[in-house]
Design a protein around this ligand. Structure first.
Ligand code: HSE
Length: 305
């Protein structure tokens, strides 16, 4: 039996929610084919689209599945094929998609012994391999769909938040690679009380805005005075892009995950199209290759194809 799954891209942090907030996209994602083998081992049989390690213990999908099988005490082997459409180091949850897709598929093939929170914890082992830190703000929305909030890491507690129906995400990916490991290493480990106050005010307001579908409040909450000032230096024309999309009516703008992708959250298709076109026009002159995606929020997360 073979299972084919769609493993979606995700936008983590959403400015005010560093390491605790993320949302799932529906227009970008990988495909994965997973089947049992008779070899007692996990094999990454093929990766199309990117040059990534095939050794199971060096590949995030292999490591995540291994965590699942260890917890189950099973020697069952699996073959995993990855059709990679999300570029590694893009900031839209490339490693998370592989980890989440793999554990979701293996769990299904085994008759679903684990719930989604368990799957998140296994997929986090893939993130640990990729970035040196087991954050859940990409893998949780990849598995649950919609917006996810990590209330606590230890014990792991993740909440799903409502998705206002008119939200659209425009994601610009300047084709430079920033490794999450590197962009985490430049963040300062201490935060002033004043900045912490702004951040938790914004994060609380953002959660309220999702529940009340208050798009204005949502836009005002998408701010980050802690991580963005440091990381944005690595992203070409960050401030100019912010001014541009704000002028064109986007609700909010910030770094997607650890960058270099940036996101503009918009209300409605027409505004998202306009913002996308303006970014396209602006960036086309800059001699930097890029990709642009316009996506709705994916409420389902990883799914069987
Ligand atoms: N919260 C993580 C970070 C997400 O910003 O480092 C990485 O995609």
């Amino acid at each position: 039996e073979e299972l084919k799954v769609f493993a979606p891209a995700t936008v983590a942090n959403l400015s005010c929610g560093f390491d605790v907030l993320g949302c799932c996209l529906d227009s970008v994602g990988d495909e994965m084919l997973v089947r049992r083998n008779d070899l007692d081992q996990i094999r990454i049989t093929r990766i199309t689209g990117q040059d990534l390690p095939l050794e199971a213990d060096k590949n995030v999908a292999g490591v995540a599945v291994n965590a699942l099988l260890q917890k189950l005490g099973s020697n069952q082997g699996f073959d995993i094929e990855i059709i990679k459409k999300i570029k590694p180091g893009s900031g839209i949850g490339s490693s998370a998609a592989s980890s989440a897709g793999a554990v979701f598929a293996v769990n299904k093939l085994l008759g679903e012994p684990f719930d989604k929170l368990d799957l998140i914890s296994f997929a986090m082992q893939g993130e640990l391999l990729a970035s040196g830190n087991a954050h859940a703000d990409n893998v949780a929305p990849a598995i649950l769909g919609g917006f996810s909030l990590v209330r606590s890491y230890c014990p792991l507690e993740v909440l799903s938040l409502p998705v206002p129906s008119e939200l659209r995400m425009v994601v610009l990916h300047p084709l430079i690679e920033i490794k999450t490991k590197d962009s985490r290493s430049i963040i300062r480990q201490n935060v002033s009380l004043q900045k912490a106050i702004s951040q938790w005010g914004n994060l609380g307001a953002l959660v309220s805005a999702l529940y009340t579908e208050d798009y204005g409040l949502l836009g005002r909450s998408l701010k980050d005075e802690i991580v963005e000032p440091v990381r944005s230096i690595l992203i070409p024309y960050f401030q100019e892009l912010r001014e541009l999309v704000s002028e064109k009516g986007a609700l909010g703008f910030g770094i997607s995950g650890s960058g270099p992708s940036v996101y503009a959250l918009c209300k409605g298709d027409a505004n998202a199209e306009l913002v996308k076109e303006e970014i396209q026009r602006f960036y086309s002159d800059k001699n930097i290759a890029f990709e642009l995606h316009l996506s709705s929020i994916n409420e389902k997360g990883v799914k069987v194809l």
